[in-house]
Design a protein around this ligand. Structure first.
Ligand code: NAD
Length: 473
């Protein structure tokens, strides 16, 4: 019998009337079940959150910080168990799963050091005017399957720190480690402040249209983000959307080929390419194109793709069947168009597990699907460029605007290029680094609003201006 994981509602662990199977993507075996909630269960969770809000919003920042300290300790003390569970449901290798859990502990400790101070806009003989930040209310959080626990933590902590309460919905593909975390921290917050409920495809739209939810914080694909925005617009819910990306990596001719090959590999293939800020289009200057593309392919040949629970595995499977089929379809399209493969291109869908061999495609055209679309899999298109202006406009010719990177031995000079990229983050000589005190915000169709940093925290609040005339009435 598989383990059944419970939801957290109003401080209690709640079983389901119906259950959803959760599958290990490396074996395709069912490894757990979670409640399949509908409107009635959602209503209960929202009502519990609503009831908890008036008291929670009046707690001091010190009281909230004490809760986060306890939450971080609970996660840290159970890191090993959470890491194994995360690998089994998401597919990522143990070391990367351990990194995600450590990131949860780090974010739970670091984000609460942020605070929103009152500001004075006028202090004159006539009046005193101050602006304070008040929590928006009940937040609905929606999380994807690529970094399921970290994305949950990055919503829970700032929401509760701001004085809001939350009803969080994990992806039905990866709810297990999040629900186990919920069990571990069930007693940390007062009942109703943190609620985590699971369900199938119908639950997300119920959350975004729920009349008693005041704000939605969503991480997922751009297509779903648009649906969330439309649904939330009915009653003008506040929204924060962290969406897809098609990040360009630009390698300048002065880059050190040996060093960059390995870093670029991981910028693209970490988490089997299922990272919103993975390098998804690699532009290499023509002077070093042949040497660098060969060096990346040589490095990739040493990497073991397999079950993340096996020792030595560095790249795991695709997380779910739907995405697996999509990645295979993009590879097939590249084959049909006759693009040259430096590596991969063949996969055997008959075995168990959603494994895609590491695939590197040699200089496909700009309008190839593998270049123009977010692959979200272990497929790397390498493209040649000649001039800086040309590569900047190619990098910017996308509806996405999440991140980008530049690789060079002259980082100071690369800043000028970075400033011309139309993305929320640009890394020079590294990738994927996000900090708790810096905003992470997609430009264009990669997002709406920001997460992390003070700006991320502000998104859970309304400004309120209180003005006192100096002259008594
Ligand atoms: P997805 O959009 O399919 O699903 C995300 C979440 O939304 C899931 O919990 C899902 O159940 C829920 N959902 C589905 N339909 C819904 C609807 N109509 N209304 C409300 N909720 C709904 O995304 P995914 O496939 O889980 O994740 C992959 C995508 O997420 C990629 O595009 C990736 O780039 C993006 N992503 C972005 C970030 C970021 O911070 N910008 C981080 C991670 C992933």
């Amino acid at each position: 019998m598989v383990t059944q994981y419970k939801n957290l509602v109003n401080g209690e662990l709640v079983a389901g009337d119906k259950w959803i199977d959760v599958v290990n993507p490396a074996t395709e075996q069912v490894i757990g079940q979670v409640p399949d909630c509908g409107q009635a269960e959602l209503d209960k969770a929202v009502a519990a959150a609503r009831a908890a809000f008036p008291k929670w919003k009046k707690t001091s920042i010190e009281e909230r910080r004490a809760c986060f300290a306890a939450m971080a300790t609970a996660i840290k003390d159970n890191s090993d168990e959470l890491m194994r569970l995360l690998t089994s449901e998401q597919g990522k290798p143990h070391a990367q799963a351990a990194g995600e859990i450590a990131g949860c502990v780090g974010m739970t400790r670091a984000l609460p050091t942020l605070s929103l101070e009152e500001t004075i806009s006028e202090d004159s003989a006539k009046r005193l005017s101050r602006t304070r930040r008040v929590p928006v209310g009940v937040v609905g959080g929606i999380v994807p399957w690529n970094f399921p626990v970290l994305m949950a933590v990055q919503k829970i902590v700032p929401a509760l720190l701001s004085g809001c309460v939350i009803v969080l919905k994990p992806s039905p593909f990866t709810p297990l480690a999040t629900l186990r975390m919920a069990e571990l921290i069930a007693g940390v917050f007062p009942p109703g402040v943190l609620n985590i409920i699971t369900g199938g495809d119908a639950l997300g739209p119920m959350l975004t249209s729920h009349p008693d939810i005041d704000k939605i914080t969503f991480t997922g694909s751009t297509a779903t983000g648009k649906r969330v925005m439309e649904s939330a617009s009915k009653d003008l819910k506040r929204i924060t959307l962290e969406l897809g990306g098609n990040d360009a990596a630009i390698v300048l001719p002065d880059a050190d080929v040996k060093k960059v090959a390995e870093k670029l590999f991981w910028a693209s293939f970490a988490n089997a390419g299922q990272v919103c800020i993975a390098a998804k289009r690699i532009y290499i200057h023509q002077d070093i194109y042949d040497e660098l593309s060969q060096a990346i392919a040589d490095y990739a040949k040493m990497i073991k793709v397999g079950d993340g629970a096996e020792q030595g595995t560095a790249v795991g499977p695709i997380q779910n069947k739907q995405q697996y089929k999509r990645v295979l379809e993009l590879i097939q399209d590249a084959k049909d168009k006759g693009y040259k493969f430096l590596l991969g291109g063949d996969s055997d869908p008959s075995g168990s597990g959603y494994f895609v061999p590491l695939t590197i495609i040699d200089n496909p055209p700009e309008d190839a699907r593998i270049v123009a679309e977010e692959q979200f899999g272990p497929v790397m298109p390498l493209m040649k460029f000649e001039k800086i202006d040309e590569v900047i406009s190619r990098a910017n010719a996308s509806d996405y605007g999440l991140g980008g990177s530049i690789w060079t031995s002259n980082p100071e000079a690369a800043v000028e290029i970075a400033e011309q990229l139309e993305t929320g983050t640009v890394w020079i000589n590294e990738s994927m680094h996000l900090a708790p005190n810096a905003p992470f915000a997609g430009h264009k169709q990669s997002g709406f609003g920001a997460e992390l940093g003070e700006e991320g925290l502000l998104e859970f609040t309304y400004p309120q201006v209180i003005t006192i005339a100096r002259e008594a009435a």
